[in-house]
Design a protein around this ligand. Sequence first.
Ligand code: HEC
Length: 311
Amino acid sequence: MIGQNDNINLEVIDKKKIALGFFGLFYVGILLIIVIAGYLYLGNLETFSKNSLIPPSLTGDTSKPVADLPVIKGSVTPPLDLVSAVVVSAEKTEAGKKLYETNCSSCHGSDGKGDGPAGKTMNPLPRNFHDAKGWTNGQEFSKMYKTLQEGITSRGMASYSNLLPEERINLILYIRTFRNDFPAIDKKELTDVDNTYSLSKGMKLPSQIPVKTATELLLDEKKPQDAKTESIINSIKNDRNSRGAEIFKRISPDIGRSVNALASYTKWNENESAFVKFVSLNPSSKGFGSQLSSVTTEEWSILFQYLKGMF
Ligand code: HEC
């Protein structure tokens, strides 16, 4: 017998079901949030670990845009006659002064007292060239040359290896004008520098181009490659006759991916076993599917010959 009470009971049960349904949805929602958060975390993992690997002192203030590298035409520095390069002249100290004002005075101060505006908060403070005590590398010619060539980066003094040897020497000659009791530049000093940096043999500087230009060049270089893989993909897709194409389509649900994988590492081309090894290693990352295990020895050979002819 179905009475009014039964109807009410049914309604209550329906409401309970709906309420349970909402609870279910609630849990699904939470699960989704966890999955998305996990996904974002994994996506950023690489950035996190990279950032934590680089000590902040080396990266500096990353919020400021970093200037790209300037274009430098590669050059061969002619052998330098060190003995005459260190003979003081007004021209050399004047050239050194100009370099000093653009490159060094912000930290070392325009009078070389180590009181430049950019160096005020540094620890240790930039060297006061008027003070003979407490140098890290030393105030001898060879030691200052080393400082300018290699920098003392852990203590905030950068390397000026981008300058020419003569420019570094002119800078040292200028710094030496701040005081008159710098140690003399004797023969041993010169031999030390020459033995370490072989200035008398000359030096080769590689060319340098901005990262942006280099990236564009690389992308341009990649274009013909893309056209080639594109045509291989199409010819495999449209090939309905050869057994090679038939096997390839059977084992690769993602032809584009597989062809790109094959194009990125061409050493598989050398022999069949290298090919089998390459395809079988991490097959799914290369677009190959589970059908791979069904390939017979004979089919491997056919496939290898087929692909070898195309790449
Ligand atoms: C960003 C700031 C900064 C700039 C720019 C800078 N220096 Fe320094 N320099 C330092 C600091 C900091 C020290 C102290 C390092 C130490 O005590 O070990 C130093 C130390 C030196 C020393 C002494 C090294 C020693 O043996 O103690 C020389 C020489 C020197 N700088 C030359 C130069 C020249 C030349 C330039 C320009 C081409 C220059 N520096 C640009 C910060 C700077």
